[in-house]
Design a protein around this ligand. Structure first.
Ligand SMILES: [Zn+2]
Length: 440
């Protein structure tokens, strides 16, 4: 496959938009990148990208994809009420392998159409999440959920270890899938669980994710239980490290930021979920200054409520400016890096994805610039971050294959999926005595 013409942003670490000649994809990898276009027009297998920009696919470093089936079920609540009064009861009643398969597929379709080529997920029945990602054609880090309380796929409390072992044995072996573990949080995972999960992850060369320091409630709860803040608590347990991904990291002291930096722990920033649940504004600018590697995540579609990393980049930048009263905070180029090359580093995949370089995996998106909201274009990076939308993405190539072409999904039947989702949503709304607007 050869892509020709348009503009290209190949390396977000040195963000420069250049005129594009031709870029070649051989199998699942990039061959040459941006050589002069010497091909005759109309040559077979050539994709014309005139009026478009080629760039690396976006990387969503944190979501709970299957929760798309709970999108809009409960909004305008704080995290405690949202989780305990609505989300946990709905999950207890409805989350099974079919729920996870359908919900993850719906989210993967939404993410693909918005130019996300890789996502990191954390939930239950994760073999099914892997299966859905493979069918849609997205690259995914699939984190099996670990909690001490009973969960939809480990109904006896404390049986997480057996469930995690079963997940490792049955997670599909596919080039698109990387297994991982997702400990919910230091308040729902005991110290022994966090230590044992980290050891299991490390013995298997896997990443371990956890929500950390998301709310002031969590900080005071952890302090009252263990006499230190959440990050310091995890540091004391010896679980922080290069392979630990701390999601949120909102209420972190200077000392805790140093712990994150020294241990090489990665951080994922989820600005829209943090705003919606009024959890707080993470000190991203400070952590970047200290040298912490930071990616961006949408968080789950029930607390965002969409999966659009263009929007998330803009929100990350605006939130940092408001937090610091500094309009120079977290500029467009910095947040673009967070959604691409830095995200790849968070997921331990920087040698394979995050930039367009010969030999890297061919995860490429083509953004249509011929949109009124992207005119006149004095600075393409400003336009992408501050004016761009997921729906501006025309083509999405993952692992050398089209997942979206000319704005249409090429891998799964979107209409069939919607019918299945409607049917599942009617069951959920009936179970919770809610109105349903299915099949409108
Ligand atoms: Zn989350």
């Amino acid at each position: 496959m050869i892509l020709v013409n348009g503009l290209i942003l190949s390396d977000p670490d040195h963000p420069e938009v250049l005129p594009h000649g031709k870029t070649e994809i051989i199998g699942n990898r990039l061959g040459s990148v941006n050589l002069p276009n010497d091909l005759p027009t109309g040559w077979d297998g050539v994709i014309d990208c005139s009026n478009c920009l080629l760039m690396p696919g976006l990387i969503n470093c944190h979501t709970h994809a299957a929760m798309s089936l709970l999108r809009g079920l409960a909004d305008d609540l704080n995290l405690d009420r949202w989780l305990n009064d609505y989300i946990f009861p709905a999950e207890a009643q409805h989350v099974d392998s079919r729920f996870v398969y359908l919900g993850t597929m719906l989210s993967a379709v939404e993410m693909a159409l918005n130019g996300i080529t890789t996502f990191a997920d954390g939930y239950f029945h994760m073999e099914m999440a892997a299966q859905a990602s493979i069918e849609v054609g997205l690259r995914a880090v699939i984190g099996q959920g670990i909690l001490d309380v009973p969960t939809p796929d480990a109904s006896v409390s404390g049986s997480w270890k057996e469930r995690a072992g079963r997940f490792l044995a049955s997670c599909p072996d596919d080039p698109l899938i990387t297994p991982a573990f997702f400990c919910h949080s230091p308040y729902l995972c005991r110290p022994e669980t966090l230590r044992a999960a980290a050891e299991l992850a490390r013995n298997n060369g896997l990443l371990i994710f956890s929500h950390v320091s998301e709310t002031t409630w969590e900080v005071s709860e952890i302090k009252s239980r263990y006499r230190s803040g959440p990050v310091a608590h995890l540091d004391g347990l010896g679980v922080l490290g290069e392979d630990f991904v701390a999601v949120h990291a909102i209420h972190v002291s200077d000392q805790e930021q140093e712990m994150l930096c020294k241990s090489g722990t990665k951080v994922v920033h989820c600005p829209e979920s943090n705003m919606k649940l009024a959890s707080g504004a993470a000190p991203i600018q400070d952590m970047i200054r200290r040298g912490v590697t930071i990616g961006i995540g949408t968080d789950g579609p029930a607390s965002n409520n969409n999966l659009d990393l263009f929007e998330e980049m803009r929100s990350a930048s605006f939130m940092a400016k408001l937090r610091s009263n500094d309009p120079e905070a977290l500029n467009a180029r910095t947040v673009l890096r967070m959604a691409t090359s830095s995200g790849a580093r968070v997921l331990g995949m920087a040698d394979r994805i995050g930039s367009l370089e010969p030999g890297k995996l061919a995860d490429v998106i083509v953004v249509d610039l011929n949109r009124p909201h992207l005119f006149p274009m004095y600075d393409p990076i400003s336009d992408l971050v501050y004016a761009g939308r997921g729906s501006d993405v025309r083509d999405v190539i993952v692992n050398g294959k089209f997942v979206v072409r000319s704005g249409r999904l090429t891998t799964v039947d979107e209409e069939q999926l919607k019918t299945w989702v409607w049917a599942k949503a009617s069951e959920i709304s009936e179970g919770l005595n809610l109105k349903s607007y299915g099949n409108h």
